[in-house]
Design a protein around this ligand. Structure first.
Ligand code: GLN
Length: 532
């Protein structure tokens, strides 16, 4: 059996430098050289998972097939490599402590004092190694969230230190830092990188490779200087210059030989050159499109685009398939009223109403659906967006006054969206929704079937409320039909208005499954409709 090798990715100087993109790019390149690779993210916060976090705090909550609510970096990993991730790919401090404390309560530590070292660090190491035990991977790339020097990342870094000691030659540490440009003096500065490496050295971690994020090209002299101060070979000081799209980063990293240096250090063969042809074709089409359209994304966290990361990326993938650049008009549902809806949504070729929770800004979503339906603008409702399409239709077409989702109004006379039966006794908020992949059977003669080209699909979910099948007949008679149903539970997963050009609502989240090599069929079909 091959023994799995490890790459660790840490960050320094500033947050948001793109560790996730560097880790995903490296995974892509190693995969393109024939290696089986997976990415893992260690998050230093105390929440068990990001499922309970407000999107403003941490961006989108990404959901895996096995129903884990995870960091949005896992979305990048999947979009780049097309390999599904799982709960084991995202570990938080909260989960580590929860596991240790549960064992302590069980008496597993036999009267010992339970401490950060070794018990917490052992648990971290155990979780890093879990992915090796599957025997499925040649290389595991583990990204440590946060920035070197943070109090909260220390146990993770200490665990990495111990693991590197145990693994010997079988691991590589990449440290990503920022080289700021000082306009006043016209210089790129290396001191923050030197300090960041020093703070890693203080805890016993020597980076093997430095990836320097920069706005300007790095000179050979600068690389030599960093190499000298940080004990890293000059060729392992790598430039990561700002680029117009994240999808260019793997190509840049290939030019900088990141993958080759990693393999040499891991003592693994290069296996020729990476096969990046399909990726390069995608990138070429992304940059050379023949048309542009604007679609609206209506949600209540639009100030932070990361809150809808997977949707925005799905639009990019679907645009490439349709030879078109998709520009997003980010619209806050709170700002949309009956008076200004036509002005706010005017000129859009299509409208997507986003997922979400709670009553705030719901009226703007309903107005948006009404506008799309009555003006025959292609409409895509995702999760809450689908539910609001059902509520709008109930109120304005079926004339069911005050019809609602019981999430918004428990006393509504017409609960057209209602709590899932399985949720009735659930009181805890964390990890208790209907989560992960479920099957869905499509009705032939539907946009959904036309898009997927197959009858049985599987998509990921994250919700507590559901289309109320008691009203199904009434809706269908009036023209809103259920075109996708879960074969086991009979739950309605997709609704459509066939009389309109393209009006589709999905209870599931298609955006989690769109990747560079497999753009999501519903997004592709939606953009196609927007263009016609
Ligand atoms: N709040 C809705 C529910 O729980 C929709 C969830 C979502 O949009 N992800 O059913």
């Amino acid at each position: 059996m091959v023994s799995t090798k490890h790459v660790f990715v840490t960050g320094g100087v500033a947050s948001s430098l793109g560790k996730g993109i560097i880790a995903s790019s490296l995974a892509k390149l190693l995969q393109a050289r024939g290696y089986k690779v997976t990415n893992q993210k260690l998050d230093p916060y105390i929440n068990i998972d990001p499922g309970t976090l407000n999107p403003y705090e941490h961006g989108e909550c990404y959901v895996t097939n096995d129903g884990a609510e995870t960091d949005l970096d896992l979305g990048h990993y999947e979009r780049f490599t097309d390999c599904p991730t799982s709960q084991a790919n995202n570990i938080t401090t909260g989960r580590i402590y929860q596991n240790v404390i549960t064992r302590e309560r069980r008496g597993d530590f036999l009267g010992k004092t339970v401490q950060i070292v070794p018990h917490i660090t052992d648990e971290i190491k155990h979780n890093i190694k879990l992915l090796c035990n599957t025997g499925d991977y040649d290389v595991i790339i583990t990204e440590i969230g946060g920035t070197a020097g943070d109090i909260e990342s220390l146990p993770f870094l200490e665990a990495v230190r111990q693991l590197r000691w145990e693994l010997g030659e079988k691991s590589v540490l990449i440290h990503l830092t920022l080289v700021p440009y000082l306009a006043a003096t016209g210089e790129l500065k290396t001191k923050p990188t030197q300090h960041s490496v020093k703070s890693l050295l203080e805890i016993g971690l020597q980076p093997d490779i430095l990836v320097l994020r920069t706005e300007r090209e790095l000179s050979d002299d600068l690389r030599k200087k960093v190499s000298l101060f940080c004990n890293v070979e000059p060729k392992a000081v790598i430039e990561s210059i700002d680029v117009s799209t994240i999808y260019e980063v793997p190509i840049r990293m290939e030019t900088e030989n990141l993958d080759q240096i990693v393999l040499q250090k891991l003592e693994l063969p290069l296996n020729g050159i990476p096969d990046m042809d399909l990726w390069k074709q995608f990138l070429y089409k992304l940059k050379n499109y023949s048309r542009e359209i604007e679609v609206g994304l209506v949600g209540k966290y639009v100030e932070l685009h990361d809150a809808y990361k997977s949707i925005a990326e799905s639009f990019i993938h679907a645009g490439v398939v349709n030879d078109c650049k998709v520009n997003i008009r980010w619209l806050h549902s709170e700002d949309i009223t009956s008076d200004n809806v036509a002005e706010k949504l005017g000129g859009l070729k299509g409208i997507l109403v986003a997922p979400g929770f709670g009553n705030r800004a719901i009226v703007g979503k309903l107005r948006t659906v009404e506008y799309a339906r009555t003006h025959n603008v292609p409409f895509f409702g995702v999760c809450l967006g689908m539910q609001m399409a059902v509520v709008e239709f109930a109120r304005n077409v079926l004339n069911l006054k005050d019809a609602n989702s019981t999430e918004m109004d428990t006393d509504t006379p017409y609960p057209v969206i209602a709590l899932l039966e399985s949720q009735e006794k659930v009181t805890d908020k964390g990890g208790t929704m209907r989560l992960g992949a479920y099957k869905c059977e499509l009705k032939e003669e539907s946009h959904a079937y036309e898009a997927y080209g197959e009858k049985l699909i599987e998509e990921r979910h994250r919700h507590r409320y559901e289309f109320n099948n008691k009203y199904k007949e009434q809706f269908e008679k009036a023209g809103l039909v259920s075109t996708g149903v879960n074969p086991e539970s009979g739950l309605t997963e997709i609704v459509e208005i066939p009389a309109l050009k393209w009006f589709v609502g999905t209870q599931f989240h298609p955006e989690y499954k769109s990747t560079v090599s497999k753009p999501h069929p519903l997004f592709v079909s939606f953009i196609k409709a927007c263009l016609s």
